[in-house]
Design a protein around this ligand. Sequence first.
Ligand code: FMN
Length: 326
Amino acid sequence: MLYHSKPIISVAPMMNCTDRHDRYFLRLIAPNVQLYTEMITAQAIVHGDTKYLLDFDPKEKYVALQLGGSDPKQLAYAAKLGEEFGYNEINLNVGCPSPRVSAGRFGACLMLEPELVADCINSMHAKVSVPVTVKCRIGVDEQDSQESLYQFIHLIADAGCNTVIVHARKAWLAGLSPKQNRDIPPLRYEVVYQLKKDFSALTIIINGGIKTITNIDTHLSHIDGVMIGRAVYSNPYFLAEIQAYYFSPDKILSRFEVIKKLLPYAREQLAKGVRLHTVTRHILGLFQGQRGAAAWRRYLSQHAHRLGADESVIEQALLLVKEASL
Ligand SMILES: Cc1cc2nc3c(=O)[nH]c(=O)nc-3n(C[C@H](O)[C@H](O)[C@H](O)COP(=O)(O)O)c2cc1C
């Protein structure tokens, strides 16, 4: 397919997955995709160690900061700090169905309070010059009509949100776990396609169940961009396919080259007191589908968490892959 401009392709925010080490690794594979932090609550940023929470390596750029919260003042403060730290987008999480998150009055339950979300957008938008975006579902519980979704989108767009990322399934807040809420409610891509038709001035990015280049191409014929979560986390080198197909076919690093570039980073992190496992847990899926993938995964899983483990563990695991592919 030919595009007039580069499509927007992003890796979804994923708690316990898309931390700074994962993003550094993914960025080596795909220079052009937009990355997101895990959700960080505005409250944690207001009361916690901001450097620990927000600092990231400039090589990860561009990274969006995903915030959780529903207090307009706290969110505005957190958004401003995020901008100062160098994030190129501030995203509000209106899609997480976890009961803990709902108890804190943020995440997907906020789709039931569109005016409050609009207030939050308004106050963040007033404080920052980077885009303030929203990641939401197509509905929540019994509130899943087109009318309620459109009312929500109207209000947040009026408040200054020009980009909406829509996970194309509703969330059931009572009865389903967060994991079930990522699989059980059916995907309804047609709802998001229609949303784009009816709000053509907004940038609409679709999310949920996207696994192949063919899937991406289909979505891009209806919509401005795609966001991919689990398919990238479990098989990070899928990003190389994406990078080659949509952005720069001639500048793709091989899996071995990616690791070669990750080694100095791992060394640097170890010198800062970071445990090796904290970095390597994100790279287990790199050789998925290749000879030696199991040996790679096994060796890293068994050795990287040991006290004193250093980057030679990665080199050793790489040797096993090389031996397996001979
Ligand atoms: C382990 C895990 C953690 C997640 N954490 C977040 C999060 O912090 N914020 C968020 O908006 N969505 C979160 N999600 C949802 C994803 O961003 C995405 O919407 C969902 O996985 C559907 O996309 P996919 O089918 O491409 O994985 C998480 C998903 C997973 C699997």
